[in-house]
Design a protein. Structure first.
Length: 217
C-alpha cells in the first residue's frame, strides 16, 4: 500500500516543506522568482537523470522543492533518496511520522507542508481534532500516549534543542532505537526542506488556498 501511495503522491508528500511561508523572516521584496521554474528540456546532462526519476513518480513534474534542488543535482539526488526512506521505509508508524511532519509544518507555518501532509495524516488515522488544534498552534488535546510522545519529543528537540531525560525515557518505552533515530531524522529533514523552500520563495499551486492566512499567528 505504501508503494502505491508513493507512486501518486511523493512529490507532494516526500518533499514536505514545499513553498514554506515562514514566520522567522520577511519575504524578499523582489517579485521575480528566485528560481525560475525549470522544464525537462532545460535540464543539462547532470540534472536530467534526476529529473527523469522525479517525473516517473511525480504528478506535478519537477516543481516544488525539486525546482531549487535541481540547481544542485548531486544534493538533489541524495535528498530524493532520503525523502524516499523517510516517507516510505521509515521504522516510525505512518500516522506518527505524518504527525511529526505536521508539527514541523506548523512551527514553520509551511504552507504546502501542511497542504500536503494534513490529508495524509488524516488518512493514516490521525484524528481531525488533533490536526485542527495543532493548526491553531495549540498542543492538541485528546492525544493518545504515542501521539503525545511524538508531540513532546519533536517540539522539545526543535524548540529547546534538546530532549529532556523524562521525554527520552518515555521514548525508550514506546520506541526502539531505530525508531527514535528515524523520528529525529524526519523532524530534522522537514526543517531542512522548509528552510530550502523558504529561501527559494516557492509558492502554493495556482488556485490553491494557503492553509495559513497572512497575519495569523
Amino acid at each position: 500500500m505504501k508503494s502505491a501511495i508513493w507512486m501518486s503522491s511523493l512529490m507532494f508528500a516526500a518533499a514536505g516543506g514545499w513553498f514554506a511561508a515562514v514566520m522567522f523572516a520577511p519575504a524578499a521584496s523582489s517579485k521575480e522568482p528566485r528560481f525560475p521554474q525549470l522544464t525537462m528540456d532545460q535540464l543539462d546532462e547532470k540534472q536530467k537523470p534526476l529529473g527523469e526519476q522525479i517525473m516517473k513518480i511525480s504528478s506535478v513534474g519537477i516543481g516544488g522543492p525539486y525546482n531549487p534542488l535541481m540547481r544542485s543535482p548531486v544534493l538533489g539526488q541524495r535528498l530524493f533518496d532520503l525523502f524516499h526512506y523517510l516517507r516510505w521505509e521509515t521504522s516510525v508508524p505512518t500516522k506518527l511520522n505524518e504527525f511529526a511532519i505536521l508539527i514541523i509544518g506548523r512551527q514553520w507555518r509551511s504552507q504546502v507542508e501542511w497542504y500536503a501532509h494534513a490529508p495524509l495524516a488524516a488518512k493514516a488515522g490521525l484524528a481531525p481534532e488533533i490536526i485542527a488544534e495543532l493548526k491553531t498552534g495549540k498542543r492538541p488535546s485528546g492525544m493518545g500516549e504515542d501521539e503525545a510522545l511524538v508531540y513532546d519529543f519533536v517540539t522539545e528537540l526543535t524548540t529547546t534543542h534538546k530532549v529532556s531525560d523524562q521525554t527520552y525515557a518515555r521514548a525508550k518505552k514506546a520506541f526502539n532505537d531505530q525508531q527514535i533515530v528515524d523520528l529525529t531524522g524526519v523532524a530534522g529533514n522537514y526543517v531542512m526542506v522548509a528552510m530550502l523552500l523558504a529561501m527559494a520563495e516557492e509558492t502554493v499551486p495556482s488556485g490553491k488556498e494557503p492553509p495559513f492566512k497572512e497575519g495569523e499567528k
